[in-house]
Design a protein around this ligand. Structure first.
Ligand SMILES: Cc1cc2nc3c(=O)[nH]c(=O)nc-3n(C[C@H](O)[C@H](O)[C@H](O)COP(=O)(O)O)c2cc1C
Length: 444
């Protein structure tokens, strides 16, 4: 089934494999994409991937997400995006642009700024974001953010994309409203499951009003939040404790899915977990060295970031692994069963995400109707020609992705690419491969 075409709304994909969002430093300081971005995206299109879902591209001009990541918060970003998108489409690959807003999970910034701490409610989160604490958004700020999403959606359409995806997962701003441990508001945007959904609902309505009902729009949702993973210190503690430790359960996210279907959403893209990085979304090893590196590179931004880095440097590795590596292990197609629950609950296509690499795992997920399409990130970063490997009848590539998660964390500081030493014969070979991805010269 992998090679069977699939149509969502009016867009036909030539097979069932999508490149999932991979964000990295592919832009100028102001957020305009460089040719490194175009070259990066084209590499998947050249290898027969049916469609690309872009990195989360920020809708907010003020929140960097992170530095040198692309933005879509201003009309000036449309033209350079359009050029790259056309280059991808010429190769027969569809392009879906994912929009989002990190809210208080904005990890890096040139200088610390207030805006990077905005969230549904105020609180403290040691692991995610760099601001000492998050600050509750006013209703005016909520309305501004809804408008940001709608304007960004218009730009997505004007850039010539085949579709738009709105991320309501990863612990980003929409997720910060959905998650009952983060959202403690007493107004219309907090409390009951209906109220927590209101922010997303208003975004979808504003987006549809701006771009019409004929344009493909999907939502990326976390099936279950598993707030207790990755291990984190988050305050205040929220009651009932189920909300604090789990966040949204399946019942709540299925409710969101049904509401989204009623609102005219065209597909759901299912992963799990709250926050990036996350063992439920990026199953595999916990990359402690990379996390330390990241913490050190952001420690100047706030007291919290400094304390976080100090703790990570001071505590011995075995102890840190014991605490932080809890829940991190690889499971093939980790969210396929969740995707199936959504497929059974709604009548719109469902994309499953996380831990797919082997042909038989993908085939089974499709055949058993767990999902309609599969989205992949790390295995394609390691082997962009994965589909050719399948066509040759092999179940997995010779040097498969080991799900070491080095790429997942390094992306904030280093060029995008595979950083698993075991996949290369030398450091030189690894760097050469990474440089191929990040060439800023136009190699078209
Ligand atoms: C380097 C890297 C960057 C990522 N950037 C994003 C992103 O910008 N937005 C997003 O929604 N997911 C992002 N992800 C998550 C992936 O889209 C995907 O959900 C995750 O890696 C699990 O899929 P996989 O097992 O196929 O890698 C990123 C993953 C990696 C490895």
């Amino acid at each position: 089934m992998i090679f069977e075409p699939f149509t969502i709304k009016n867009i036909t994909f030539k097979n069932r494999i999508l490149r999932s969002s991979i964000g990295g430093r592919t832009s100028f300081y102001d957020g305009t994409v460089t040719s490194a971005w175009k070259n990066f995206e084209k590499r998947f299109a050249e290898n027969d991937i049916a469609g690309i879902i872009s990195a989360t591209i920020t809708v907010d001009e003020r929140r960097w997400s992170p530095l040198e990541y692309p933005k879509i918060s201003n009309d000036k970003f449309i033209k350079p995006l359009r050029e790259g998108i056309q280059a991808v489409q010429k190769l027969g690959c569809r392009y879906i642009l994912q929009i989002g807003d990190g809210g208080c999970q904005t990890q890096t910034s040139l200088f610390p700024q207030e805006e990077d701490g905005k969230s549904s409610s105020s609180g403290f989160d040691l692991l995610f974001g760099y601001r000492n604490r998050s600050t509750e958004m006013s209703v005016e700020e909520i309305e501004q953010t809804i408008n940001n999403f709608a304007e960004a959606a218009r730009r997505v359409r004007e850039a010539g994309c085949d579709g738009l995806e709105i991320t309501a997962s990863k612990g980003y701003i929409i997720h910060q409203f959905l998650n009952p441990a983060i959202n403690r508001r007493n107004d219309d945007y907090g409390g009951s499951v209906e109220n927590r959904f209101r922010f997303l609902q208003e975004i979808v309505k504003a987006v549809r009003q701006k771009i019409g009902s004929d344009f493909l729009v999907g939502i990326r949702l976390s099936a279950i939040d598993y707030n207790y993973l990755p291990v984190n210190i988050r305050l205040p503690i929220v009651f009932p404790l189920r909300h604090y430790f789990m966040g949204n359960g399946l019942e709540e996210t299925l409710f969101y899915a049904k509401e989204l279907e009623k609102l005219g959403i065209d597909y759901l893209h299912i992963s799990a977990g709250y926050g990036f990085i996350n063992p439920k979304e990026n199953p595999g090893d916990f990359p402690l060295d990379e996390v330390r590196m990241f913490a050190n590179s952001t420690r100047h931004l706030s007291l919290k970031a400094n304390v976080r880095a100090t703790l990570l440097n001071a505590l011995p590795k075995p102890l840190l692994k014991l605490i932080l590596a809890r829940g991190w292990k690889f499971k093939p197609g980790i969210n396929a069963e969740y995707a199936q629950k959504f497929k059974q609950a709604v009548n719109i296509p469902v994309i499953a995400n996380g831990g797919f690499q082997q042909k038989d795992v993908i085939e089974n997920a499709l055949r058993e109707q767990k999902c309609d399409m599969v989205a992949m990130a790390r295995p394609l970063l390691a082997n962009p020609d994965l589909l050719k490997v399948f066509q040759e009848g092999k179940n997995e590539p010779e040097k498969p992705c080991t799900f070491c998660n080095r790429c997942t964390v390094r992306t904030v500081n280093f060029p995008l690419g595979c950083y698993e030493p075991l996949r290369f014969s030398s450091q030189y070979e690894m760097e050469e491969e990474i440089l191929k991805w990040s060439a800023t010269l136009d190699v078209s």
